[in-house]
Design a protein around this ligand. Structure first.
Ligand SMILES: Cc1cc2nc3c(=O)[nH]c(=O)nc-3n(C[C@H](O)[C@H](O)[C@H](O)COP(=O)(O)OP(=O)(O)OC[C@H]3O[C@@H](n4cnc5c(N)ncnc54)[C@H](O)[C@@H]3O)c2cc1C
Length: 375
């Protein structure tokens, strides 16, 4: 039996968060990603909206400054009907800023992943392996054997596993394009069985076109360019802003993707030496902007617990029965209204083994960083 080691399947943004947190806890890890590169242009198609409780964790990894320098802090919200009538001007973004010390911020997803990856210390980067597609996991008494498609086998004490399928009730066409409006807007358009989210940055902006499926399905759908174009035509005259409709920017798209939006919560979040986090345990529709943010919380809570257990176990290999109880995340309500979100963001955990000063000072109290015991 070797040192305690966590094998992480997949090199997405939540799992890269684990690649930051585990070495600081002096826990050995390996990331196995099936793609040839961690940072890929695929992500150019979409955005990740990040909330301040996640920024507090990024600050613990010393990557907050470069992150914030490329983010677009959302500060204006309007809701449109499909024929362009404004029925609401909301204050959700400014409220979150006041309460939690920083506003919801939209990122070019590929750039965020690049900063997460490039911000890893050199030794941690060596633990991130690409071209490694997991095909099988064998659990043994003292650890797990992880088999990849290329024939390689890795040993770990536990595995942070991959996603499982959930039901989808909506399809989503998402894409990026050069900004056709003011930056920092977070607008929505609402109609029966269809809606739009529009987020603008200084140079690049994003839309999300949602359409209810005729019936819920669990199969993964593979949509073609023709499917995407047909759906975009259905939204052609829907407004993104008072002056811009979907058809105005469709010819300028930098990239687009189409998928079914799965939603649900897995019944079991661990089995013996295998645990799941983030999208593996639960999936939200994209408009909530919670998948990555909540996944970071899973990693923080998991790593805080892992570190304690590894240190407490004399041989640094805790019994998996102890590991079972840790995947408890704060409860997030699916309501984007700021008065509900801010108190939830305040519950956001940070790594209790990293000492650093607070950077997100808002009107609401959070778990104070300075009071954390660095034992
Ligand atoms: C359109 C869209 C918009 C979103 N917007 C937001 C947002 O604004 N804010 C937010 O918080 N969340 C958002 N989310 C959710 C967010 O993207 C996910 O929660 C997050 O990407 C999950 O990160 P992850 O690390 O689990 O890996 P993922 O991003 O899910 O990637 C999984 C990785 O695992 C790899 N992999 C899969 N199978 C294997 C295997 N067998 N072997 C090895 N590697 C494997 C894949 O290649 C991939 O790199 C959005 C999701 C979508 C679809």
């Amino acid at each position: 039996m070797g040192k305690f080691r966590v094998v992480i399947v997949g090199g997405g943004p939540i799992r890269l968060t684990a690649a930051h947190a585990l070495p600081v806890a002096r826990v050995d890890f390996l990331v196995l990603e099936r793609r040839p590169n961690i940072v890929e242009d695929q992500g150019a198609r979409t955005t990740l909206v990040v909330y301040p409780h996640t920024f507090r964790v990024m600050h613990q990894f010393v990557i907050l400054e470069p992150l914030l320098s490329i983010g677009s802090k959302l500060d204006h919200h309007l809701s449109f009907t499909a024929d362009g009538h404004v029925f609401k001007e909301g204050s959700r973004y400014t409220r979150v800023h006041q309460n939690n010390g920083y506003g919801a911020t939209a990122f070019h997803r590929a750039k965020l992943i690049e900063i997460l990856y490039n911000g890893l210390p050199a030794a941690a980067k060596r633990g991130v392996l690409t071209g490694k597609s997991l095909v099988d996991i064998t659990t043994q008494e003292t650890g797990v054997e992880v088999n990849c498609a290329d024939g390689s086998v890795y040993w770990g004490s536990i595995v942070i596993g991959a996603d499982e399928p959930f039901m989808a009730t909506c399809q989503l066409l998402f894409g990026a394009f050069p900004t056709p409006s003011e930056p920092d807007l977070g607008y929505d358009t609402q109609a029966k069985d269809k809606s739009i989210m529009y987020l603008s940055g200084p140079n690049r902006s994003w839309f999300f076109l949602y359409k209810r499926l005729p019936k819920p399905i669990s199969e993964r759908a593979k949509y073609t360019d023709e499917d995407a174009q047909a759906l975009a035509r259905e939204f052609a005259e829907y407004p993104l802003t008072a002056a811009v409709e979907v058809e105005d920017l469709w010819p300028t798209m930098l990239g687009a993707g189409m998928t079914n939006l799965q939603e649900g919560i897995a019944q079991h979040w661990s089995l013996g030496r295998i645990v799941i986090v983030g999208d593996g345990c639960y999936k939200f529709t994209a408009h909530l902007g919670l998948g990555f943010n909540n996944g970071v919380q899973d990693i923080v809570v998991l790593c805080n617990g892992l570190r304690k257990a590894v240190r407490a176990a004399l041989d640094e290999n805790p019994d998996p029965a102890v590991l079972k109880t840790w995947l408890v995340i704060p409860k997030f309500v699916e309501d984007t209204v700021a008065r509900y979100i801010s108190p939830e963001l305040c519950k956001g955990q940070v790594l209790d083994y990293v000492r650093t000063e607070e950077v997100m000072e808002g009107e609401m109290r959070v778990h104070p960083m300075s009071a954390l015991a660095a034992t």
